[in-house]
Design a protein around this ligand. Structure first.
Ligand SMILES: [Zn+2]
Length: 283
């Protein structure tokens, strides 16, 4: 099957919220993806301002308002009851969101269903079901299937997820769900801590070198700095995604704390988000 879409990300601002998005993917295929920045919300320092995570000590009503602000900015506010989130634990579990699991975890203030437990990758083929995971340095990955069935995956990968090839296993499950091959998927690797700001000790360095034959791609000079984005794109390539079907954003969160939250650079801080949704064709 020929390439269906060439992934691309551009920074767009709407209603004060700035995010990296692929407008052509939405226009042609009705699939929305967004990697959010931290501005345009109502949380105060150290969570200023568009903090999307409820587990970091921020005021719950601010977090709920920020999630609503994001949905409005993305023009999907009517889908708020189906916004689905997960309890991220740096594990290797992928869950499919369907039926009753749609809408879990999104709006804590309403006392509704808790987030999907112990899950670091979400998949859905259900239209109008936005998936949202939260990040501050870890690698956000969005994977998209266009046909025969439209479906999306959102993945949270720190070093454990990258080492355990979680984005690649989510891609394989997504392809199976969509009835295509992994080579038909497109993927986006979003803003994350870059090798410039991620020195690692000998234990971690040797773990990655032992797992990845092409270690020069994963451990950047001076050989003790880990490039998680390169690891993730290498593992997506291993399961069949063509290199030109994977867009890797060239943004380090730790050196861009005006735009992104960084746990390593800031300690107590908020979380930006990666969101994906298959939109109903009428939307
Ligand atoms: Zn950096």
């Amino acid at each position: 099957m020929p390439a269906q879409h060439t992934p691309n990300l551009e920074a767009l601002t709407r209603a004060g919220v700035r995010a990296l998005m692929d407008p052509e993917l939405r226009a042609s295929w009705g699939i929305l993806i967004a990697f959010t920045q931290r501005t345009g919300g109502r949380s105060s320092a150290p969570y200023s301002s568009l903090n999307l995570a409820s587990h970091v000590g921020d005021d719950a009503s601010s977090v709920d308002d920020n999630r609503s602000t994001l949905l409005e900015a993305l023009d999907i506010e009517p889908l708020r009851s189906r916004l689905t989130m997960a309890e991220q634990v740096h594990g290797l579990r992928t869950r499919e969101v369907a039926g009753a699991s749609a809408g879990m975890g999104a709006f804590a203030r309403l006392g509704e269903a808790p987030p999907l437990p112990e899950t670091d990758a979400l998949i859905t083929a259900e239209p109008d079901t936005p998936l949202l995971l939260c990040f501050a340095d870890c690698v956000p990955v969005i994977i998209v299937a266009i046909r025969p069935v439209r479906a999306v995956a959102v993945v949270h990968a720190g070093w454990k997820g990258a080492l355990g090839r979680l984005p690649a296993s989510a891609a394989v499950l997504l392809a199976r769900r969509a009835g295509c091959e992994p080579s038909d998927l497109v993927a986006y690797v979003g803003p994350r801590i870059g090798p410039c700001h991620y020195p690692v000790g000998e234990d971690l360095r040797s773990l990655f070198v032992s797992q990845f034959p092409n270690a020069a791609d994963t451990i950047a000079p001076p050989r003790d700095r880990l490039d998680l984005g390169a690891v993730v794109s290498q593992t997506l390539s291993e399961v069949g995604l063509p290199r030109d079907s994977v867009f890797v954003a060239d943004i380090c969160t730790a050196e861009n704390t005006d735009s992104y939250f960084s746990f390593r650079a800031e300690g107590v801080t908020g979380r930006h988000g990666a969101l994906a949704a298959v939109l109903g064709w009428g939307r």
